[in-house]
Design a protein around this ligand. Structure first.
Ligand SMILES: NC(=O)c1ccc[n+]([C@@H]2O[C@H](COP(=O)([O-])OP(=O)(O)OC[C@H]3O[C@@H](n4cnc5c(N)ncnc54)[C@H](OP(=O)(O)O)[C@@H]3O)[C@@H](O)[C@H]2O)c1
Length: 331
């Protein structure tokens, strides 16, 4: 089968012929129809995540998939041959920019019947990030005030819709050309970050989901009410994250140092800061499937690339201007 491999960090990936990966007892083989492209793929290709995820070259790239089960391991209980599934495969088992993959059944969920393969393949990583930030970490309650940065991005489009579904009042930031359609996702207040200062407009927020880090994260702390929570998904990572990931001890210290400034600012402000690194979860994705099929969450796909153009798709995402998702169509 064909798969896109990182042959050397920081180099463009190449499609090569490789052997079909073996299917373990708890794995299913999936013929991949579509694969969403994420900034995580770009960052892994460029070695940014090497201390956390030390993939040894050559390795196959890609986290998201939608496709059809073609083989099941002896201990698989949730899927059978012919099932349509989607998922974000777990770290250390990545490689969805490929014609097929052997994935742990726990990483997959039933594909929403209301979505095409393309829409489903674009959803898992970003929808799971929104879920794990708003449901698992923040436990958003009706009436909470939630600020979501980059409402036009992959994560933002899902986070706005999910936060509204949870009963929150939602503010979001985006650039001028996106203000109108992002408002249609249900945000109560859309702030044009190119023309307006969100810090001057917002106060007493319960939760911020920050995908920008730097100044935006620092300012975000100041729109929170006392005890409020800023969730950083673009960093900096903190010690708690190192603990959850069971990273080596020296990395705990490094994460502590990296997040020292923002944690100190949060403490002085009387608010909390937590770094989130999303993880594969078929169970969370099954919940997301229900919301998609109920019409609560709808995917936004900006552009589809053919399998031959995975490198161009990565360039598109790396540009940072994506509106919703970019997805690879395999066939
Ligand atoms: N920790 C995790 O588990 C996790 C999971 C998913 C993503 N992430 C990270 O989170 C970040 C966002 O991911 P994504 O996939 O949502 O990104 P994305 O889809 O590439 O985001 C692109 C969007 O961001 C908007 N944007 C850019 N700068 C902005 C700013 N200063 N304020 C508000 N909006 C801005 C752009 O709008 P304009 O074109 O109008 O500027 C564009 O629509 C990335 O750094 C990614 O690596 C982390």
């Amino acid at each position: 089968m064909k798969a896109y491999l990182v042959q050397k960090y920081k180099r463009q990936i190449e499609a090569v012929e490789i052997a079909d990966p073996p299917v373990g007892d708890h794995d299913v083989r999936v013929k991949i129809d579509a694969a969403g492209v994420n900034l995580l793929d770009v960052k892994i290709r460029d070695g940014v995540f090497k201390p956390l995820l030390p993939y040894k070259t050559p390795f196959a790239l890609g986290h998201d998939l939608a496709g059809v089960v073609t083989e099941v391991g002896s201990a698989v209980t949730r899927f059978k041959v012919g099932d349509e599934v989607y998922g974000r495969v777990r770290d250390h088992r990545i490689g969805t920019f490929a014609q097929s993959i052997a994935a742990h059944e726990d990483d997959l969920a039933t594909k929403p019947t209301s979505l095409s393969m393309l829409e489903a393949g674009a959803a898992p990583l970003v929808a799971l990030t929104a879920w794990q930030a708003l449901v698992e970490l923040a436990d958003v309650q009706p009436g909470d005030k939630v600020l979501i940065h980059a409402g036009s991005g992959g994560v933002g489009t899902y986070a706005i819709q999910l936060a509204k579904h949870l009963g929150a009042t939602v503010a979001t930031t985006t650039g001028t050309s996106n203000v109108e359609w992002v408002g249609d996702l249900g945000a109560d207040l859309v702030i044009d970050y190119r023309r307006q200062d969100f810090e001057a407009l917002l106060s007493d927020y319960d939760i911020v989901v920050d995908s920008q880090s730097g100044d935006t994260l620092a300012k975000s702390l100041r729109v929170l009410k006392p005890g409020g929570l800023a969730i950083g998904i673009a960093g900096p990572p903190d010690r708690e994250f190192a603990r959850r990931q069971s990273l080596a001890r020296p990395l705990h210290l490094l994460m502590s140092v990296l997040s020292f400034k923002i944690r100190r600012a949060a403490r002085r402000q009387g608010v909390r800061y937590s770094f989130l690194f999303m993880r594969a979860s078929g169970a969370h994705l099954e919940e997301i499937t229900k919301l998609i099929d109920a019409g609560v969450l709808r995917p936004i796909v900006e552009r589809t690339y053919p399998f031959a153009d995975v490198a161009l798709a990565l360039d598109h995402v790396e540009g940072g201007r994506a509106k919703g998702k970019v997805v690879i169509e395999m066939n």
